[in-house]
Structure formats: C-alpha cells, structure tokens
Design a protein around this ligand. Structure first.
Ligand code: NAD
Ligand code: DAU
Length: 342
C-alpha cells in the first residue's frame, strides 16, 4: 500500500510491535514513528529496522506540544495516523495524574486538530477496555461497544476523555476517526512495570512477586500481535465514527497468571508475596469482541499457553534489553510504589 502512516508512541510496547509487523509485512510504504521517548519509549524496540530500513523514519516529539505535532504532519503528510502514544500505567496515574491529562487528553486533541488541518484520511485511536470501569466476578457480563463509559482510575478517565474528543471530532467536523478498545496485552518488549513482564523479571532474578490484594482480580489477556492486527484492520476497514472492542476471550485471575510464570521459569510458589491492594482496583475486565469478529473478520491467532511460554522465552533471551531498562528511574519508581505496599 503506497501510504505514509504516522505511528505515535511507536517506541513503546504495543506501538513498536505494530511498527515491526507493519515493516515485516509491508502494510504501508513509509512508517513515521512520532515519540517523545519517555521512560516507556525505547529505540532498542525498533531495531534492527531503525538502522537498516529506509521505510522507517523516527521523529522525536511530544504529542502535547502543538509545534512538534504541526511539524511532523507538515513534513510527512500522513495518509493515516495510528495513535498509540499515552501514559499507560494505572499505578503511575494514581501517584501523579497530571502527565496523563497532558499526554492522553491534550495530546489527542492536538493530533486530531492537525489531522483535520492536513486532511489525513483516517485517525485510529488506540484505547482501552478500562474506559468501561469494572465487572463483578462470577458473572457472564462483558464489555461491549454499547456499554456506557464508567472509568475508575485517573488513567482510565484520561483515556475516556480522549475517546470522547475523537467521537466529538467525528460528530462535529465529520472527521474520519475509529477507536479500538482493547483488553490487557502481553508479549515481547513490554515495560517491566506491568504485571506479566514484572513477574517474569522478578522470577528470573529469584525475587519476590508482589500480588495486589487477594490476587483474584481478573484480566482478559490478548497477545500484542493479535491486538496489532486488529488495530491495522480497524484502521483500514473499520467504519468511521465507530468503536471496536478487541479481546481474546481469555479471562485469568492474576494469581493463576503468576503461578503459570513461576512454572515456566522453574521457580516455586514461595516467591509469591501478597501486598497491599491498588487503590480503586477494578475487579474484573472481560471483552465481547463479536463486532470486530463478525463485521471485519478479525480473530486472534495466538493461544494463551503458547503465547505466554514464548513471552517468557523472549525475556530470557533478551536479558540485555531488560538490564538496560532497569535504570535509576525504574529503581526509584519500584522502591516508591512497592515500598508503600509492604
Ligand atoms: P507504553 O507505555 O509501553 O508506551 C507508550 C509510548 O508512548 C512510549 O514510547 C512513550 O515514549 C510514548 N509517549 C508517552 N508520552 C508521549 C508524549 N507526550 N508524546 C509522544 N510520545 C509519548 O504503552 P503501551 O502499553 O504500548 O500502550 C500503547 C497504547 O495502547 C496506549 O494508548 C494505551 O492506553 C493502549 N492500551 C494498552 C494496553 C496494554 O495492555 N498495554 C491495552 C489496551 C490499550
Ligand atoms: O485493560 C487494558 C489495560 O491493561 C491498559 O489500558 C493499560 O495500559 C495496561 O497497563 C493494563 O492495565 P492493568 O492495570 O490491568 O495492568 P497491570 O499490568 O498494571 O495489572 C494487571 C493486574 O495485575 C491488575 O489487576 C493489577 C495486578 N498487579 C499488577 C502489578 C504491576 C499485581 O497484582 N501486582 C503488580 O505488581
């Protein structure tokens, strides 16, 4: 496809998986990664393409800076924008929510305006199932596109605001926007503040695995490549002004995930440490993805058991990637968050 795509947040976990797939499978002619390289952004995630593939251009810039945004649109005139950039970690939003409002809300508004000004064909906003709030345990209820938004954390509230801005742009200006609301992703290159990479990292080091509260909180895990393929499909074939819920029908209690990781890393359960709960912790997420499956023909390809085993192997094989991330900033964050949770 002879198109230029801007991928915001393309140096982060999901964005970089999207970019690597886009280049490996020729999804478009040119990919412009626009990323501020916060603690979560990492140019290592874009190798070897960054050094060797002229279809990939990296632009360092802030989605919440109007000048940076205008320049990347003016310089590259994208056909489509895939907007992944965000402050993405719930615990950090509880510590300090200001960067979440700036990046997730203001950043999305500035990008939407620039896309309108430069007549970008389509704006795909990557959002989350957390906008819907929480579900009770032991119910058949699931999140779906018609469910009202009810975000609980500052992170979820900022993502919900971004979604509303995108939908408002569709209704007010007729702007071509599509939103994906996805469940919890796992896979290679995920920053080790999130449950799965954190538990793998600690298990590999023989350190304690901090499980919040009773460990019976449920998440619906999807492999990152499955989410990226869904995002691409919605970005190409989704209906303008619509939202699509993406999920793999894979609900797991946290403690079951932790025990699987211990088994895969050859460690025993004495490493599990129950710690103080996350404030306002959402009990359960589950996605009904019938719409994207029936209307666009998407379905997940990667099975949970194989996907998790491959993810553990990736972290074992990429110990240097992990070591480079465990810098001073990460140590400080870890000490502050988990020090409070004894
Ligand atoms: P991440 O934290 O790994 O990466 C975020 C990226 O955005 C980083 O590269 C960072 O440098 C960049 N960024 C942050 N602030 C920026 C700014 N002001 N300007 C430009 N770039 C900036 O996040 P992720 O887990 O890859 O999530 C990507 C998107 O997917 C987010 O919008 C998130 O809300 C959404 N999402 C994530 C999950 C999940 O399980 N991780 C699930 C559903 C939806
Ligand atoms: O549902 C989609 C969302 O999934 C995305 O929008 C977010 O960007 C992403 O961070 C993720 O949010 P969660 O809060 O669900 O993910 P996290 O990995 O932080 O936590 C998963 C579960 O594990 C949650 O119930 C909290 C628990 N947990 C987490 C950590 C980091 C622990 O028990 N111990 C931990 O140390």
């Amino acid at each position: 496809m002879q198109e230029t795509w801007i991928v915001t947040g393309g140096a982060g976990f999901i964005g970089s998986n999207f970019v690597r797939l886009a280049l490996a499978e020729n999804w478009c002619a040119k990919v412009v990664v626009f990323d501020a390289l916060t603690y979560a952004g990492n140019l290592d995630n874009l190798q070897p393409y960054l050094e060797s593939d002229s279809r990939l251009v990296f632009v360092r810039g802030d989605v919440a800076n109007a000048g940076d945004v205008e320049k990347v649109f003016a310089d590259h005139k994208p056909h489509r924008v895939f907007h992944f950039a965000a402050e993405s970690h719930v615990d950090r939003s509880i510590q300090n929510s200001a960067p979440f409002v700036i990046t997730n809300v203001l950043g999305t508004q500035l990008l939407l305006s620039a896309a309108r000004k430069h007549e970008t064909k389509r704006f795909l906003l990557v959002s989350t199932d957390e906008v819907y709030g929480a579900l009770p345990l032991n119910s058949a209820d699931k999140f779906h596109e018609k469910r009202p938004y009810c975000p609980s954390s500052p992170y979820a509230a900022s993502k919900a605001s971004a979604d509303f801005l995108a939908l408002a742009a569709f209704h007010t200006y007729g702007q071509d926007v599509v939103i994906t609301n996805c469940s919890n992703n796992y896979g290679p290159y995920q920053f080790p503040e999130k449950l799965i990479p954190l538990m793998i990292m600690n298990a590999l080091k023989g350190e304690q695995l901090p499980v919040y509260g009773d460990g019976l909180y449920v998440r619906d895990w999807i492999h990152v490549e499955d989410q990226c393929r869904a995002v691409r499909l919605c970005g190409l074939e989704g209906k303008s002004g619509e939202t699509y819920c993406i999920g793999s029908d894979n609900e797991q209690p946290n403690i079951a995930v932790v025990k699987m990781i211990l088994k895969l890393t050859g460690r025993d359960e004495t490493l599990i440490r129950y710690v103080k709960d996350r404030p306002g912790h959402d009990r359960r997420y589950a996605i009904d993805s019938a719409k994207v499956r029936e209307q666009l023909g998407w379905k997940p390809r990667i099975d949970w058991g194989n996907g998790l085993a491959a993810t553990v192997r990736w972290y074992v094989d990429n110990a240097t990637w992990l070591d480079r991330i465990r810098t001073g900033e990460f140590q400080k964050y870890y000490a502050e968050l988990y020090g409070d949770r004894q």
